[in-house]
Design a protein around this ligand. Structure first.
Ligand SMILES: [Zn+2]
Length: 220
């Protein structure tokens, strides 16, 4: 079924490749804890973001914030509840995912939308461990069940241009491949050394960087 502006894309394989591998690992650990996770949304189209932004806003308000006039007119819904505060969601980059627990309540499988729920909190802590930034932890406008990885848009990662979230994910993969790193989100000399050892093994120049192809080999 094709996705429309009102439906969520739930395909993990539509996400950025680094993010999807890491999400699959996190989900495996969530399931091992006996929790049944539900992926609510992965990749989001720009038009759907416009639609969401128009909820709880007038066409003029949405347009002023950057929603093109035709979309603002089409989707404005000032009486609805606001659901987003940004037009630049990381979902559009394929680097964000919403995950909630689901379980039987009174005999019926139920999606749990409650940031204070015990299983929700376990999901948040596991996702954070795997390098995702939980929206639940934001001081202003917390967004549970949102998880994101800022800085995925780049094509070549190195010490100078990589966010702590992407760095953490790369460190996970370096360690999984047997290279000595600390999974702390800090790309220092130890991480560069591990990257270079990996590059040397692949027969590549030891330049301390990971490009698109290197990432593909690293996560395979
Ligand atoms: Zn989200």
């Amino acid at each position: 079924m094709a996705n429309t502006v009102t439906t969520q894309d739930r395909e993990i394989k539509h996400l950025n490749v680094l993010v999807q591998v890491q999400l699959n690992r996190a989900i495996k650990e969530i399931k091992a804890k006996g929790i049944n996770p539900l992926v609510v949304e992965t990749l989001r189209s720009k038009e759907r973001q416009y639609y969401l932004y128009c909820q709880g806003r007038t066409a003029a308000e949405a347009n002023k914030a950057g929603v093109p006039a035709d979309y603002a007119k089409k989707y404005a819904n000032p009486t609805a509840k606001k659901v987003t505060w940004t037009l630049d969601s990381i979902h559009i980059q394929g680097c964000a995912v919403d995950v909630i627990p689901q379980r039987k309540v009174n005999g019926k499988m139920t999606a749990i939308w409650n940031s204070q729920d015990k299983e929700t909190k376990q999901i948040i802590s596991i996702m954070e461990k795997y390098g995702f930034e939980p929206g639940a932890n934001w001081k202003t406008s917390p967004d549970s069940p949102h998880f994101q990885v800022k800085g995925c848009r780049g094509t070549t990662y190195s010490a100078s241009n990589t966010t702590k979230w992407v760095t953490k994910m790369i460190q996970f993969h370096l360690e999984a491949k047997g290279y000595s790193v600390t999974i702390d989100g800090i790309w220092g000399a130890k991480t560069t050394a591990a990257v270079n050892k990996f590059r040397k093994k692949c027969g590549w120049k030891e330049n301390g960087k990971l490009g698109k192809n290197a990432i593909k080999v690293l996560i395979a």
